[in-house]
Design a protein around this ligand. Sequence first.
Ligand code: URP
Ligand code: ZN
Ligand code: ZN
Length: 463
Amino acid sequence: MSILIRNGTVITAESTFPADILVDGEKIKEVRPGIPSNAGDTVLDATGLLLLPGGIDAHTHLDMPFGGTTSSDDFETGTRAAAFGGTTTIVDFAIQARGTRMRDALDTWWKKAERKACIDFGLHMIVTDLGGAGLEDMDDMVREGVASFKLFMAYPNVLMVDDATIFRALSQTAKNGALICMHAENGGVIDVIVQRALADGKTAPIYHALTRPTTAEAEAVHRAIALAEIAGVPVYIVHLSSEDALNEVREARDRGLPAFAETCPQYLLLSIEELERPNFEGAKYVFTPPLREKKNLGKLWDGLKHDHLQVVSTDHCPFCFEDQKILGKDDFTKIPNGGPGIENRLQLIHHHGVNQGKLTINRFVELVSTTPARIFGMYPRKGVLAPGSDADIVFWDSAAEHTISAKTHHMRVDYSMFEGFQVKGNVRTVMSRGEVIIDHGQFLGKPGRGQYLKRQARGGAWA
Ligand code: URP
Ligand code: ZN
Ligand code: ZN
């Protein structure tokens, strides 16, 4: 079955050009102007629209247990919402429970996803325990297409691992080619500050932000990069939130080190004042690292522009306000950490980045699709519109106006962090492996159609 997309403007990370795209089954066959249509081709008209490679969100938490509850989007609702926003691939996180094997976690997450995912998905593995056969388990995971591991320098006694564990994991990637992703905050120091705040009766949501200084993030970023330098491997900093942390990544990259980092729309567009909202509504903005002072926002945009930051992901980890965030009503440490965003990433980065002149349209595509595909071992299957690539194609209407709201979004969560934000530029049609799954605001896909992606360990080939 062939589909001919006519008269579009193709956007890649490098260039913008008028072209037709011929899709044969699940793959792109040709990209050039003037492709003739054959009898039997379905013809889709993309006049006036941009054609983007499907968005890749390299950081999501669907159906994730946290703090006695579970993130409110599962693989069905979360991936459907992603598709509405032009994201056709996610990389979610399986979590190794302490004292168990990574394979158990991988099986658990496959089960969570297999009959539900509406778009393709890969999995990172969160490593909490490298005892026993931990290093062999990492190699085993790489063979299963888990080409990246996340380690936590925060959340003592829950997810945090010590420097020796981090260093052993980093060193193993020199052999197996995987990439270590770091949650970089000094958890031990933060915990002391948190205990002092609680002892002083400071229990409101704002203290979540006030107890996690940017220096605690910058110190951990510095340490993560130093440990990777000693091990002689690349490292990827997740959800970077502050200028202080950014400076550490920039200095490392200036020294030629393969240090990479992502930030998220919330750190680019929101600031610490949100946590002071009355009636406990500040809890809607409790995630980690926390929102920062406004002066950081412009620095992060500059970082994206100048390639000190390489990726925009969402860290989508939704918890409903009414029955989940409320768990921390009397103690900010009990507020489930995380916020929703999987649906709005392209809209927000396009509007505030491209429309406001902070990013070119090509850099936008690079940040939300091409570079995540490269870094996480999916390129050129994903992340580019070229012959042989999966036909994951977003028909983008740069003139479409939209107001973001929990009343109309598709994420299974009762609030939006970006309520009332007006954006210009939105999805018209979304194709995933040659199948139209979104058209004019209608979902046409099916739960379970999304495939698990075996990702390539690249061993820093992209560095
Ligand atoms: O607060 C957050 N970010 N929750 C999700 C877990 C993580 O650290 O990414
Ligand atoms: Zn994290
Ligand atoms: Zn996360």
